[in-house]
Design a protein around this ligand. Structure first.
Ligand SMILES: Nc1ncnc2c1ncn2[C@@H]1O[C@H](COP(=O)(O)OP(=O)(O)OP(=O)(O)O)[C@@H](O)[C@H]1O
Length: 598
């Protein structure tokens, strides 16, 4: 309980003065509640038994005034707490979201998407619920217990001791069960995250599911997931119910003991009748308070699991933040050098093995190779999203990982194999990398990416809304919108990952020509592609095989070598004749490939 309180208090940092004011107001309200039962003693002993009507009226007036004051304090406290809760949630949502954005690529990919979502949809509401119940029922019950204890001792110490002992028993029972309950709560939360991830995946994969008629398979798989979830859900509910039940039983047993002992003391006239009534009233309100306190416990245990999950992410952000470095945005096409560059994924397998090469400043180079040869991994390293496990990656002679990753990536443009469009207009999607870009700049970028005429042909033009994941655009259109987005930044370094993979041969050729036009020496362009026709004009082509640099050169040089590149070219184009592209102009290879592939 204390650990949870400490953590929640730290989350309240920006509204601590409000929180302190709330505690003050709550203290007033609690005092009124805790002392209320004492009014019976005065009414019975000072008004009813002596038959004093004046005293009766005065006592009622005092009770009414104090009660009104207590209610007013309660209402003010409610308002304050509502505001504190909203502020804490807002801050946590923001911090969680920022932490997700700063998460390293490796860790992000290793976390199921449902995990990310359930931190927002499950953990934060649980924390809010626990905070509310701790700050209301919890706090109220604690104060009632403390103040009632003082009043009880002032009335009759032996009865007070017995009641306190009983109250401790009622409270300790659930505490002993807490660890087991926490394990059950954590297991449920984990399974729930997996289920959310499944649902998300099935939503995203609907086209494949329907296309392959996988509904039955998917439903059966989901049913398996639900049976796992059922078990953990049952265990969680059972643990929660036990946490509720144990104090209730203890309370009933205590009632029995106290009624007997208290009545006996009144019978032998150790205490007055007023004392006895006040005693029972205080005992009842104290018992209820202890019971309420234990009823808050399941939500606290639940919140502790949620707090652990949330703070794990927030603390990680601090770790990654502490590694931030300095640097300047790129002004012109940089030189990139790899010296014995290696990368191994967490399973230990090396996706890149001691790659050494130089990408000259302002040149256009391509990485090609069979599937799984390490092209995308290399691109991730170039993006600074993964750290090499061996060797060095130098940008203008500086270690790329000694640079501020955010600053570095803000001056480069990147287009991925699967272009992602955000919900919103096409204009928003293109402008997202440079929010202050003018409309003319946007149109120019769209023209460069060969998408301007398609956008202008749409009824709403640039204001066309794209559905979630760009669902209402063709693959080729999405790809070109993503290219326009990257070009809008006029990046010094442009990274293109399989940009033509979703395009038909004619569009591929058009985008290929666009890329050729972009290569005017002021920017460095790195292209990763399966489709050799797109990259045949590159200044240098690097061929990867099983993570190693197998060969490199221009298209003509590589064809002459009759190696891996040549055989890939032959496979893709069916062309086994070696005809230098250089003699027929820059677009020869591309035109030839186009001829062959159309
Ligand atoms: N997240 C990952 N975890 C573990 N291994 C991975 C991961 N991503 C890729 N790999 C492995 O690393 C190797 C290189 O993969 P990579 O995606 O870089 O190849 P690629 O040349 O881009 O392939 P493709 O052309 O099919 O996209 C492969 O053996 C792949 O199985």
């Amino acid at each position: 309980m204390l650990a949870v309180l400490g953590k929640l208090w730290s989350f309240m940092q920006p509204c601590r003065s409000r929180a302190l004011l709330f505690l003050l107001i709550a203290a007033v309200e609690m005092t009124v509640i805790a002392l209320a039962p004492l009014s019976f003693k005065f009414i019975i002993d000072r008004a009813i038994i002596p038959g004093d009507r004046e005293a009766f009226a005065l006592i009622l007036l005092i009770i009414g005034t104090v009660g009104t004051f207590g209610i007013a304090a309660g209402v003010a406290g409610d308002r304050l707490l509502a505001r504190i809760n909203a502020a804490v949630q807002q801050r946590l949502r923001m911090r969680l979201f920022s932490a997700m954005q700063r998460m390293g690529a490796e860790r992000f990919q290793a976390t199921p998407s449902g995990e990310h979502v359930s931190r927002f949809s499950v953990d934060l509401p649980v924390i809010e619920g626990a905070m509310t119940s701790m700050m209301t029922i919890g706090l109220q019950s604690l104060s009632v217990v403390a103040m009632s204890a003082v009043v009880l001792f002032s009335l009759q110490w032996s009865m007070a001791l017995i009641i306190l002992f009983g109250a401790a028993l009622i409270y300790l029972g659930p505490q002993l069960l807490e660890r087991r309950a926490r394990t059950a709560f954590a297991a449920y939360r984990e399974e729930f995250g997996e289920m959310t991830a499944d649902v998300g995946e099935y939503v995203r994969g609907q086209a494949v599911i329907q296309g392959f008629s996988l509904q039955r398979t998917i439903t059966a798989r989901f049913a398996d997931r639900l049976s796992g979830l059922f078990v953990s859900h049952y265990r969680r509910n059972a643990a929660s119910a036990t946490l509720d039940r144990v104090p209730m039983v203890s309370l009933l047993l205590m009632n029995f003991g106290i009624i007997g002992f208290g009545s006996y003391l009144a019978l032998i006239q150790v205490i007055s009748l007023g004392d006895l009534v006040a005693f029972f009233t205080i005992y009842t309100s104290m018992g209820n308070a202890v019971y309420n306190l234990t009823a808050v416990l399941p939500s606290v245990v639940d919140a502790r699991v949620s707090l652990d999950r949330v703070t794990e992410l927030l603390d990680m952000q601090e770790e990654e933040k502490s590694g931030l470095k300095t640097g300047l945005p790129l002004q012109a096409g940089p030189e990139l050098r790899m010296e014995g560059l290696s990368y191994a994924y967490s399973d230990g397998r090396e996706a890149l093995k001691r790659v050494s090469l130089t990408i000259e400043a302002g040149s256009t180079v391509a990485f090609v190779g069979p599937s799984g040869s390490g092209k995308s991994t290399l691109l991730q390293l170039l993006l600074g999203l993964r750290e090499p496990s061996g060797g060095a990656l130098l940008l203008n002679e500086a270690d790329l990982h000694a640079l501020d990753g955010e600053l570095y990536r803000s001056s480069i443009g990147v287009v991925f194999q699967e272009p992602f469009l955000f919900r919103g207009t096409l204009l928003d999607n293109i402008r997202i990398g440079k929010p202050d870009a003018s409309m003319d700049e946007v149109i120019a970028a769209a023209q460069q990416a060969d998408i301007a005429s398609s956008i202008e042909a749409l009824p709403d033009g640039y204001m066309t809304q794209v559905g979630e994941d760009g669902g209402n655009l063709s693959g080729g259109q999405k790809q070109r919108v993503a290219l326009a987005r990257a070009l809008l930044r006029n990046p010094a370094l442009l990274l293109l990952d399989e940009v033509t993979s979703a395009l038909d041969p004619l569009s591929e050729s058009a985008v290929g020509r666009t890329i050729s036009k972009l290569s005017h020496g002021e920017r460095t362009i790195v292209i990763v592609s399966h489709r050799l026709a797109t990259i045949a004009n590159a200044d240098r082509i690097f061929v990867l095989r099983d993570g190693e640099l197998a060969e490199w050169g221009t298209h003509d040089e590589l064809r002459m070598k009759r190696g891996l590149y040549d055989s890939m070219w032959e496979q893709q184009t069916g062309d086994s004749t070696i005809e230098p592209v250089g003699q027929g102009g820059a677009c020869d290879a591309e035109a030839k490939a186009e001829r062959l592939s159309v």
